[in-house]
Design a protein around this ligand. Structure first.
Ligand code: AMP
Length: 231
């Protein structure tokens, strides 16, 4: 992808649960050689392994609520310090609150601008998608639509995510509107922000995202004026 020379490509995928952020972030990161950072995956892995973080986060996740900002900001800050993120990254599931978005801006100070894409999908479609979603009960990865009964990666059994059960899904959508939706307004005025119609076949969404991110990544950075500089 053409982007401004010397600039890392730092992408944030926004959207409600079931919008397809994970699938699209995975595809975009793979085809552009970037690291995908999914906070949901990091937390599920911690629960699976039984670390201190996993034990603390498990009940919150099962209720469909959000893990605390300080914990999440710490996790992402450490992850973004790793060298694989130098060419850029794709964030899936972070930020989810305005304080997280403010903290991410702080982390980005010396790293170039964020390209932020918001994947928009009607609520009835989200409910149907989440009811049908499966993950592998052994290794925890999201099941591809081509896998019918077993995980294509490790052969494990496909199961419903505990937080994709009906009551929890309703809670997650409420939490999204209350706590996460305000960050769309937080980013909306930026020249590198784009909305994408996520209610289309996945390949069409992938292409639309690629075009939007390419275009947004070419937006010139705002010129910083030094006080007293000649105009
Ligand atoms: P996800 O796979 O992105 O839907 O995340 C699954 C669950 O992990 C969420 O419902 C939250 O409980 C938790 N989680 C993931 N990312 C965050 C975040 N940035 N802030 C707070 N909680 C999060």
């Amino acid at each position: 992808m053409q982007q401004r020379p010397g600039m890392a490509l730092n992408v944030v995928m926004l959207g409600p649960p079931g919008a397809g952020k994970g699938t699209q972030a995975e595809r975009f990161a793979r085809t552009h050689g970037l690291s995908k950072i999914s906070t949901g995956d990091i937390l599920r892995e911690a629960v699976h392994v039984g670390t201190k973080l996993g034990c603390a986060a498990r009940e919150t996740m099962d209720r469909g609520e959000l893990v605390g900002d300080d914990v999440m900001i710490g996790i992402v800050g450490e992850r973004l310090d790793r060298p694989d993120t130098a060419p850029g990254f794709v964030l899936d599931g972070f930020p989810r609150t305005v304080p997280q978005a403010v903290a991410l801006d702080d982390m980005m100070r010396s790293r170039g601008p964020l390209v932020v894409v918001d994947i928009v999908v009607p609520e009835d479609v989200l409910m149907r998608r989440l009811a049908a979603r499966r993950i592998c009960g052994s290794c925890g990865i999201n099941a591809s639509i081509e896998w019918t009964s077993a995980c294509g990666s490790c052969g494990g059994q496909l199961v419903t995510r505990t937080d994709d059960e009906d009551g929890v899904v309703r809670e997650r959508l409420k939490v999204y509107h209350r706590q996460t939706r305000p960050i769309v307004e937080f980013y909306a005025g930026r020249p590198t922000f784009r909305h994408i119609d996520g209610n289309q076949p996945p390949d069409v969404v992938t292409e639309a995202l690629s075009v939007a991110i390419r275009e947004a990544s070419l937006v010139p950075a705002p010129v910083k004026m030094t006080p007293g500089a000649a105009l």
